[in-house]
Design a protein around this ligand. Structure first.
Ligand SMILES: Cc1cc2nc3c(=O)[nH]c(=O)nc-3n(C[C@H](O)[C@H](O)[C@H](O)COP(=O)(O)OP(=O)(O)OC[C@H]3O[C@@H](n4cnc5c(N)ncnc54)[C@H](O)[C@@H]3O)c2cc1C
Length: 445
């Protein structure tokens, strides 16, 4: 396959769109294939973004449009399910002090819209909807990708950003096991679910900036209030752990909402008070896992296709952003130095291996973030006496929480990378330095 180096991105979720922005800025041609008919779909979810992600969005020119649409979370309460407040903490303000910006909640649909709108017009023409990946042919000199509508695309490599049920991951597995059936590979359903999650959005019903949680045995909830929306997340422990992905019907949604009806969202608001006004809801099993194989030949995975977190800490998407940063920093450099700016198969394999090794190493926060997310979910659902003790006693002790934030969480946020080929002034500065600094504009050549 002759011609210019070209990346085929599969999936137009937040991480696929971020890859599109990043490749555009790296001067690398791409096409993005999204199976839905529209990039912006309102499923009723919120997204909390961390300051390390803002730095990357700032480099890409997205932050300035996006940030005013968000609401900084600045008040935390923990309740028992009968409404007793057992913890009020300044943890959100502390994160802002340490890292310069606080945790900020966005309506997911608005995040997607802004990410799409901020693409230059020439890049928007490369975002193709109604293109459901069906097959990938891997060749020594490139890839051929076919979609359900019969369209075929040729490229130099594939980035699979097609989410938790990734077809790219499934096809990669098929190619690997066709080549060598005894090869050690991830199973077809690599993630496990121990909890399910009912989430939804409704018109703002309390002052903005609240980030509250309710804890009980086997069930927990979270609530965020924005300027225009409120969002809740209702967690329910499954009868048994599963790798299957179940589709829930309306009746199951209503039944579960009924079980949570008297859960408090705030000191005055309960789930049943907002249920009739929901603008959108979703019920999904909450997959967890980090896949063993992130790439094969010219195919590589990013985002939820290669790691899936529980949602308690809001770190899944934030980690997908770091995937794109680490992958594209190296890929961009290899493209710039390659003859005809077209790195060969061996060079790509090396880039993908370095990317996976880096992301899974202690130099990045991925594995720790994944573990901490699962820990938080188990603490909030009092999954054993140990988790109950941690949540109801250790984490309630404000000095204990300070120690966790200062010496565990913040050091891991500090490891976050930035794009090394985009000069920008770092506007996110708190009282702890980032380990990876941005190149200031005047220092770049
Ligand atoms: C309720 C909820 C709240 C969350 N809150 C947070 C939070 O606050 N902070 C945070 O960091 N993370 C959060 N997460 C996790 C976050 O949503 C995911 O980590 C993030 O969406 C992953 O992005 P992605 O682009 O990898 O995958 P996705 O968002 O799943 O996007 C994948 C895209 O690929 C497309 N696709 C799938 N198959 C194909 C195919 N065969 N061909 C073409 N296209 C295909 C899909 O249509 C989709 O558009 C939350 C998750 C949930 C469910």
């Amino acid at each position: 396959m002759e011609g210019q180096f070209k990346v085929i991105i599969v999936g137009g979720g937040p991480i696929g769109l971020l890859a599109a922005h990043t490749l555009h800025r790296a001067g690398i041609d791409f096409v993005l294939l999204e199976r839905r008919l529209s990039i912006v779909e309102d499923v009723g979810a919120s997204i909390v973004l961390y300051p390390q992600t803002f730095r990357v969005l700032h480099q890409l020119g997205i932050f300035e449009t996006l940030f005013p649409l968000g609401t900084e979370i600045d008040h935390h309460l923990s309740f028992t399910k009968d409404g007793k407040v057992f913890k009020e903490s300044p943890k959100f303000q502390k994160i802002r002090d340490i890292h310069g910006y606080g945790l900020t909640v966005f309506h997911r649909a608005e995040l997607l819209r802004v990410m799409y709108d901020c693409l230059p017009e020439a890049s928007k023409t490369k975002i193709l909807t109604g293109k459901k990946l069906e097959n990938i042919e891997a060749h020594d000199d490139g890839v051929i990708v076919s979609c359900a509508d019969g369209c075929v695309f040729q490229g130099s490599m594939v980035i699979g950003a097609d989410g938790v049920h990734s077809t790219t991951r499934r096809l990669m597995r098929k190619i690997a096991l066709t080549d060598n059936p005894s090869r050690d590979w991830d199973s077809e359903q690599p993630y496990k679910s121990t909890f399910r999650l009912l989430y939804g959005a409704f018109p703002a019903s309390s002052p903005p900036g609240q980030g509250y949680d309710v804890q009980s045995s086997g069930k927990s909830s979270m609530y965020f209030s924005g300027h225009r929306h409120g969002w809740f997340f209702l967690y329910d422990k499954l009868p048994r752990q599963t790798t299957e992905s179940k589709r829930y019907n309306e009746k199951e949604v209503e039944t579960l909402a009924g079980e949570f009806a008297d859960f408090p969202l705030t000191q005055t608001l309960k789930v049943k008070d907002v249920w009739a006004n929901m603008s959108a809801t979703g019920l999904t099993d909450l997959q967890e896992g980090v896949v063993k194989n992130w790439s094969l030949g010219r195919i590589v995975l990013v985002g939820d296709s290669c790691h899936k977190f529980t949602t308690h800490l809001g770190l899944g998407l934030n980690n997908g952003v770091q995937d794109v940063v680490v992958l594209c920093n190296d890929l961009g450099a290899r493209v710039r130095e390659a003859p005809d700016e077209c790195p060969g198969a061996d060079a790509l394999v090396q880039v993908f291996e370095r990317y996976e090794t880096t992301r899974k190493s202690p130099d990045c926060s991925l594995m720790g973030d994944w573990e901490n997310s699962g820990l938080e979910t188990r603490m909030h659902t009092w999954s054993s006496t140990f988790y109950w003790l941690l949540s109801r006693w250790l984490a309630v002790w404000s000095f204990g929480e300070y120690l966790i934030l200062r010496f565990m969480k913040s050091p891991s946020f500090q490891k976050a990378r930035v794009l090394d080929f985009i000069p920008a002034s770092d506007i996110m500065k708190g009282n702890s330095p980032w380990l990876y600094q941005m190149e200031e504009p005047e220092k770049m050549r």
